[in-house]
Design a protein around this ligand. Structure first.
Ligand code: FES
Ligand SMILES: [Fe+2]
Length: 347
């Protein structure tokens, strides 16, 4: 293999999404025990449903008989039945029954890839194994999503852009006071600054040098063996009720080469009565403002050409953008090297 081929493989892996990672692929409420739910993630079509115990299962969305989407089928006693000719497959991807053909040899055959699923904070996370990390590591959820001191909502949105632009956007606090300048929460602060980047225990933090707490002034990326969450604060005026700033906990799912889905948990540090009051205010008023801001991001990113990064001219503020790209490339390189070494050993 030439160096050029290897470089292309690394670029392709970064573009389609790293393996060896957990990704949120659906909201919990979308996955039911009666009808299967089809999703696309990392270019693969998957189907999710709840088995008899309520646990979410995930396998390829492909019927082993002739390839019909299993997501068009139905859930039967915790398994999934294909709509086309009724073949029944379980959550391990094994054909359980071929109702149209007694004693069919397909029965008992493991025919499809199955994926490990963890349900947490209103989302279904699926693990995509890599050669480097075939077994799923623990999905490390951040404190904002595990502690009772925080309360919030998960919102998701499908963006017609490669996921890398969504990550770049998150690693770029300086756009807050421009792109979102006419919003409820992001109209404040200075429009000129320098950025600084600090390495943290599990990732990095990019922040404005000249101000903090005025606008979207910093982002932190926290990386564990199988997940990468990012965090940022949106300052809220007193009219937005108790709890101070709103913290966004974000995760971006690569859907395919030109689409991604953002998962944003909108959290506030509130408990007791303040928690109810924040939830009420959010639903009644703040949510619409927040959607408005999120739409500004979506429209901007969808307007950028897919190959924008090939002719861009970065400046000092893009330290975070460069860092996130470098992290993805390094991780992809290590995955590809393990795959190539394994392929060579197998020859
Ligand atoms: S294609 Fe699914 S049962 Fe025939
Ligand atoms: Fe934004």
């Amino acid at each position: 293999m030439t160096a050029i081929d290897k470089k292309a493989l690394i670029e392709e892996r970064v573009n389609m999404g790293l393996l060896g990672q957990w990704y949120p692929v659906a909201k919990s409420v979308e996955v039911k025990g009666t009808r299967p739910h089809g999703v696309k993630a990392l270019g693969q079509k998957l189907v999710l449903w709840r088995d008899g115990s309520g646990k979410i299962r995930c396998i390829e969305d492909f019927c082993p008989h002739r390839g019909a989407p299993l997501s068009y089928g139905e859930v039967h006693e915790g398994n999934i039945g294909c709509r086309y000719h009724g073949v029944i497959v379980n959550g391990d991807g094994v054909v359980v029954r071929v109702p149209a053909m007694p004693e069919c040899a397909l029965e008992g055959r493991k025919a499809l890839k199955s994926f490990e699923v963890t349900e947490s904070n209103d989302a279904a996370f699926v693990y995509f194994p890599s050669a480097e990390r075939p077994e799923a590591p623990e999905l490390v959820m951040p404190k904002e999503l595990t502690s009772d001191a925080w309360a919030g909502f998960l919102c998701t949105s499908l963006w017609e852009t490669n996921y890398r632009y969504a990550l770049d956007n998150l690693a770029d606090p300086m756009h807050g006071c421009y792109l979102h300048s006419e919003s409820f929460t992001l109209a404040y602060g200075s429009k000129q600054d320098l950025m600084k980047l600090d390495k943290t225990e599990n990732g990095f933090r990019i922040e404005r040098v000249g101000q903090t707490g005025e606008n979207f002034d910093w982002t932190e990326f926290v990386v564990h063996a199988g997940d990468m969450f990012c965090f940022l604060d949106i300052p809220y005026p007193p009219a937005a009720g108790p709890g101070g700033f709103m913290r966004i906990v974000g995760f971006v799912l690569p859907v395919d080469a030109t689409t991604c889905k953002v998962f944003f948990w909108r959290m506030r540090e509130v408990s007791g009565l303040a928690r109810d009051s924040w939830r009420f205010l959010y639903r009644a008023r703040l949510e619409a403002n927040h959607w408005h801001v999120l739409e500004q991001d979506r429209v901007m990113l969808e307007g950028m050409p897919d190959d924008a990064r090939k002719r861009e001219m970065l400046y000092q503020h893009d330290l975070g953008v460069s860092r996130i790209r470098q992290m993805l490339t390094r991780a992809a390189k290590s995955q590809i090297e393990v795959e190539l070494a394994q392929a060579e050993a197998a020859e």
